[in-house]
Write a protein that binds this ligand. Structure first.
Ligand SMILES: [Zn+2]
Ligand SMILES: [Zn+2]
Length: 281
């Protein structure tokens, strides 16, 4: 039943705010609110072996490779962190993000149920978040895989993101706009539509999804991150799953680890790397 004279509810029944503007803000808060602290922590780890942060965060390294500090320095000599931040700002606030927000603002209200309560119940919120996480990653898997399969998509779009062989948090949005549309905007829209989510759940998904995307590029593993992002649950992909993709799947053709949030799709479709190898560090 619609609650009359409820300021919060009136506000939530304005489609372009609920499905366009607030998701845009949630995505930006998720990105910058995660990327900036993780870059600062990584910077500490780069400088000092004995800092407080070394107890809680560990650089991802692969047995026979040079150490990550050196590789990160080499990667940033080619694509500086300042440039990565500039491209990220363009992707998070520029044309791709605005087109995504406007599309969501028009498209989602056509299918979403009317908002009758300012907040979902805890059970609704949890169920909708789980559905969106699963549908979003399934869609990301194919949005990513198709760009390795197609020479055109690889050469014109996805190869730009793969220039970052040793990524860090800000690298997550250092990506072409078409790539971001295929791997982020469309998956988020499909996730919201599939769950027929309450706006609050959808905002939560936008924030949580982008925040995780940053974590998957941060180049570190950490028990704190694993707890915060539910990485200990079965089937969840840890940060090294996507890091491995950057390191060993930097080519057009059949690659490994297309998914980011779950290992399920790669296991199901035969594209997972040997997961034991990922436990190197
Ligand atoms: Zn890729
Ligand atoms: Zn990536």
């Amino acid at each position: 039943m619609i609650e009359e004279n409820d300021w919060g509810l009136n506000w939530m029944q304005t489609p372009w705010i609920v499905w366009g503007l607030v998701p845009f803000l949630a995505v930006n808060i998720g990105f910058w609110g995660t990327a900036i602290p993780l870059e600062l922590i990584l910077n500490k780890l780069m400088q000092d072996d004995s800092s407080f942060w070394n107890k809680w965060f560990h650089l991802i390294e692969y047995g026979n490779q040079k150490n990550r500090r050196q590789e990160l320095a080499e990667c940033r000599a080619q694509i500086s962190l300042a440039h990565q931040a500039k491209v990220s700002l363009m992707q998070m606030c520029g044309p791709t993000a605005i087109i995504g927000a406007v599309t969501a603002g028009y498209l989602l209200p056509l299918w979403m149920p009317a908002v009758e309560r300012t907040m979902p119940t805890l059970a609704q919120f949890t169920l909708q978040m789980i559905i969106m996480e699963i549908v979003g990653d399934f869609s990301l898997y194919w949005g990513h895989r198709v760009q390795h399969s197609s020479q055109y998509l690889w050469e014109n779009f996805h190869s730009k993101h793969h220039q970052l062989g040793t990524p860090s948090a800000l690298s997550a949005a250092c990506i072409d706009g078409i790539d971001a549309t295929l791997q982020a905007s469309i998956p988020m829209l499909l996730a919201g539509l599939s769950a027929r989510a309450h706006p609050v759940s959808f905002w939560g998904h936008c924030f949580f999804r982008v925040s995780q995307n940053v974590v998957h590029h941060c180049g570190m593993t950490s028990p704190l991150l694993s707890i915060l992002f539910f990485k200990y649950l079965p089937g969840r992909a840890d940060n090294n799953f996507h890091d491995y993709h950057h390191r060993y799947s930097n080519y057009q053709g059949q690659a490994r680890n297309y998914g980011e949030y779950f290992t399920l799709w790669d296991e199901l479709f035969g594209t997972a790397s040997n997961l034991d190898k990922l436990k190197m560090k």
